[in-house]
Design a protein around this ligand. Structure first.
Ligand code: BGC
Length: 909
């Protein structure tokens, strides 16, 4: 029996070897699984390949797209290794139609795979004229103070068997739709936030299973949301307009092929219900006594309801949603329920998160519960909300009474770890409270772990900073009266974000809003721009227009995004060029190196404040360089030449204005040297001395950073690039203020806005600017992934088609490992020190290649799976490169070991 199984196994292994063919999986259209709201008329297809053998790749593909029985595109066999974002090139795609596609591929030896399982995509409403629905607003007189949420209701009959149904829906304000008493979809805070005056997203839902032959009802609740709620700390309402409104259109296809359409129009009715008040910053009030039970069902008696008013709001601004919508994510049970010294009943959920608390309760009619939210407790352990500024962050629930009731808000969210509970009838127990995180439903893609528990917590905090602030728009913070798309913060964090989650479509969408809100090329401080001012270019903020598209291009190979943003990038650069004199950008307002370290006494004349125009000049050069890079990628040779020349002139002007002939910058700060070096402002011969000055500066602060929002993201990159990896590692491992680990040591579960949000004596920074969930300083994550774990992409094969593995080992670390789900598949790079042995485990996905740098003494000490690499035919030894041995690898899993001279500090554990 045993021998028979062995034979069988051997046979299976043999046949797998000889018949090995590529397997195709994860078919994506416009980077999504079977999307139903595709607006691009040339959607792009991506797929993943799997193979048991090393070096596997694709040499050709063939795609077939069908619509019903018709074939609308046959690519034929295309000799190409492209497997990511291959554009559709068939017949014109039609509005609302569903298409299926499948493909087969040929491997590197020319062997064909089988056909993949089919995937599908459905087109959105491609022409604004197809919107037959009318914008409707409530027909009753609104309470203009509380502005309770309007309900809209329409009953309708469907006479035949239903084959399929789609709901196209959006609103001024936020909406939640119900069909026959059931919630439509699992999205929240829809339609999301965009530059509403130019771009308003609608969503599409497959509601086939929610309808029935006979009587049906659709009901929609609206909340003020970003559209007309309080937005921006100045407290203004109605930024986009004062009318809350609904637009909905449902296409129902019967089994016999005929179609009927239900649209929002004058036949709908309106009323109010249980949501009495709702504001993003201030929270929601629900009075369950005013719930209209069963109001979104066909049997509900709507006799007392008001008519609706039809409005002529624009439909030309409507766009389909390209990014992932906001959904409920992690759930947290209370880890502690306690009474503070001031006597408040408080729940600790253990994690600073963004979302809300779901409450279960049983009580009397009219009992009212108030939930307040806080990120931290003060020094004495009391509930602290001063840093929320004017945001009330309070949810109030009034009970119907009797049965158990469940409450959660609809059109608001809070950033909190602690909830204060007032008025709860009975005992507050863990069973009755649950915190739910909400954020855009991006795929988690990256992991980073190391041998240092505090650094692992830092990674956790970076991830939670991202979760809390990627709620349809990349925001500065999620809790106080701000929550805005601050461009500087987004620019600093974009590349790090691209490791932790797939933010491709998230940024693709938001960058369109950046362009929409540009004003003669100038980029506003926040996007969508609700500050009501004309845009002012602030260096390092406005540069999001060039930096984020380039980051997305590198991380995802999304060339179309670059193409789409090109004009925006160029307009931005030209808007600086217009005000620059002799290639110097030295005018206007700038935030500068925001929130840099300010010591209390500074009597020796040293300070961490960096000349704002020096900063501006560096970002000007960088943006021009990125524009030139984009021009090159897009084949715009003339622009590429012009902007390269411009960037040279900007750098020359920089040297002239900001550097002495000995190489000292007029600002001797870390940020000044970091930006000058990272953006290649200095000629080669002046770089080493500048890096030395930087290193000395860091050491002069007792190996502490002093950088703010602009210098911090690149600090460790510059140090490790110029031979000071030891100092970069000391900065990363620094536990005292100011440092990345100081907040970790103080118990942070997210990234703080300020290095000393909680000071060493446990008092707080000023409440006017003290968020505990601000991702900007989390930009160190990029260095942890790309340098520490050494996982990066080359620009000649963006999106990890050509992978670069080059770990810089240092500090007290004995191990670091990163993994990243790319469009090609999982990439892994990990290293471990065991005595004087270095172990490196790598995963390189099919259809990619990697250049790998092993920090080994000698090439002849390197083994792969125990075999000297000279004897492994799949591995090409490219020779020594600095402190590394360079190898060229194809797809596969690799386990390397090598002799290494281990730094004494590392042998400890
Ligand atoms: C925000 C930021 C932003 C800054 C501008 C703050 O209020 O929270 O993070 O970048 O203003 O300097």
């Amino acid at each position: 029996m045993y021998t028979r199984s062995l034979w069988l196994l051997a046979f299976m292994l043999l046949s797998a070897g000889s018949f090995a063919q590529l397997r195709i999986s994860r078919l994506l259209t416009e980077q999504l699984h079977n999307p139903i709201a595709v607006a691009s008329t040339q959607p792009r297809f991506s797929w993943q390949l799997e193979s048991a053998s090393r070096n596997a790749g694709q040499s050709a593909y063939e795609i077939v797209v069908t619509e019903g029985k018709n074939t609308v595109w046959k690519s034929g066999r295309v000799n190409s290794d492209q497997s990511v974002m291959v554009p559709y090139q068939g017949e014109t795609l039609k509005s609302r139609k569903k298409y299926n596609w499948k493909l087969r591929v040929w491997d590197e030896k020319g062997k064909a795979s089988g056909w993949s399982a089919p995937a599908s995509f459905e087109m959105a409403l491609l022409d604004a004229a197809e919107w037959k629905a009318k914008w409707i607003t409530p027909g009753y007189t609104e309470d203009s103070v509380m502005r309770p949420s309007p309900l809209f209701l329409k009953k309708f009959d469907l006479s035949k068997k239903i084959a399929s149904a789609r709901l196209y829906i959006t609103s001024h304000g936020l909406y939640e739709a119900m069909l026959n008493g059931q919630r439509v979809g699992d999205d929240y805070l829809t339609p999301g936030w965009t530059a509403y005056r130019k771009r308003l997203q609608y969503q599409v839902y497959d509601v086939t299973g929610m309808l029935q032959r006979g009587s049906n009802a659709i009901g929609v609740t609206l909340g003020s949301g970003w559209y007309r709620g309080a937005i921006g700390w100045v407290g203004g309402f109605n930024f986009y307009g004062k009318d809350i409104a609904l637009l909905a259109q449902m296409h129902i296809t019967y089994a016999d092929g005929t179609e009927t359409v239900i649209v929002s129009d004058e036949s709908w009715k309106s009323s109010t219900g249980k949501i009495r008040y709702s504001e993003i910053y201030h929270g929601e009030t629900i009075d369950a006594r005013l719930d209209k039970a069963g109001w979104s069902t066909a049997s509900y008696n709507d006799a007392g309801w008001s008519p609706v008013v039809v409005k002529d709001f624009s439909k030309s601004v409507l766009i389909s949603t390209v990014n992932e919508t906001v959904k409920k994510q992690e759930r947290f049970k209370p880890i502690k329920i306690f009474t503070t010294p001031e006597g408040d009943k408080v729940i600790d959920f253990g994690q600073n998160l963004v979302g809300w608390v779901v409450v279960k309760v049983k009580g009397k009619t009219g009992d009212s519960i108030i939930l307040s939210h806080a990120e931290v407790l003060d020094k004495k352990g009391n509930f602290y909300t001063a840093n929320m500024r004017s945001a009330k962050v309070k949810n109030t629930y009034v009970l119907k009474g009797g049965e158990e009731e469940i409450f959660e808000p609809h059109f608001t969210w809070q950033g909190f770890r602690y909830a204060k509970i007032e008025g709860y009838p009975g005992e507050i127990t863990a069973d009755n409270f649950e915190a739910v995180a909400l954020y855009s439903d991006m795929e988690p893609t990256g992991t980073f772990t190391s041998s240092n528990a505090l650094v692992n917590q830092l990674q956790h905090n970076i991830e939670w900073g991202q979760r809390g602030n990627f709620l349809d728009v990349p925001t500065d913070c999620p809790q106080r009266d701000e929550r805005l798309g601050w461009t500087g913060d987004a620019q600093a964090f974009a590349r790090t974000a691209s490791f932790n989650m797939n933010v491709n479509n998230f940024f693709a969408k938001w960058l369109r809003d950046v362009e929409a809100d540009q004003d003669s090329g100038k980029v506003p401080f926040v996007v969508p721009n609700v500050l009501g001012k004309n845009a002012v270019n602030s260096a390092g903020w406005a540069d999001v227009a060039t930096i984020a598209p380039w980051d997305m291009y590198l991380a995802y190979g999304d060339k179309r995004l670059l193409e789409t943003q090109y004009q925006s990038m160029k307009d931005y650069v030209e808007s600086i060029r217009r005000v620059a004199k002799n290639d110097l950008w030295n005018t206007g307002f700038h935030f500068g190196d925001w929130l840099f370290y300010r010591p209390n006494d500074d009597n020796d004349g040293r300070a961490a404040v960096t000349d704002k125009y020096l900063i501006a000049q560096c970002f000007y050069a960088h943006s021009v360089q990125l524009l030139a890079n984009a021009a090159k990628v897009l084949g715009r040779q003339e622009d590429a030449g012009n902007y390269t020349a411009l960037s040279d002139r900007i750098k020359a002007a920089f040297l002239n204005e900001y550097m002495t002939s000995n190489g000292r910058l007029v600002s001797g700060t870390q940020t000044a040297y970091v930006l000058a070096l990272h953006f290649d402002m200095l000629p080669e011969n002046l770089r080493a001395q500048a890096a030395k000055r930087l290193a000395e500066n860091v050491e002069s602060y007792g190996t502490h950073l002093t950088t703010g929002f602009l210098g911090t993201p690149y600090l460790c990159h510059v140090l490790s690039r110029f031979g000071y990896a030891d100092i970069a590692y000391k900065l990363l491992q620094q536990e005292t203020y100011p440092s990345w680990l100081y907040p970790v040591k103080m118990g942070a579960t997210t990234i703080w806005e300020r290095w000393d949000g909680i000071k060493p004596d446990s008092t707080f920074q000023t409440p006017s600017m003290n968020s505990y969930n601000h991702y900007a300083y989390g930009a160190i994550g990029d260095w942890m992934y790309r340098v520490m774990a050494g996982l990066d992409t080359y620009e000649d094969g963006v999106g990890y088609k050509h992978i670069r593995i080059k770990p810089v080992i240092g500090g007290d670390f004995t191990h670091a490992e990163a993994s990243l789900k790319t469009y090609y598949g999982l990439v892994k790079s990990g290293w471990k020190l065991e005595g004087n042995k270095l172990l490196m485990n790598l995963t390189i996905p099919v259809n990619t290649r990697a250049t790998v740098y092993i920090p080994a003494e000698q090439a002849d000490s390197i083994r792969e799976n125990g075999v000297l690499i000279s004897g492994v035919k799949d591995i090409k030894l490219a020779g020594r490169n600095g402190d590394y041995i360079q190898l060229e690898l194809g797809a596969g899993e690799y386990h390397f070991s090598a002799d290494r001279k281990v730094p004494v500090a590392a042998v400890k554990n």
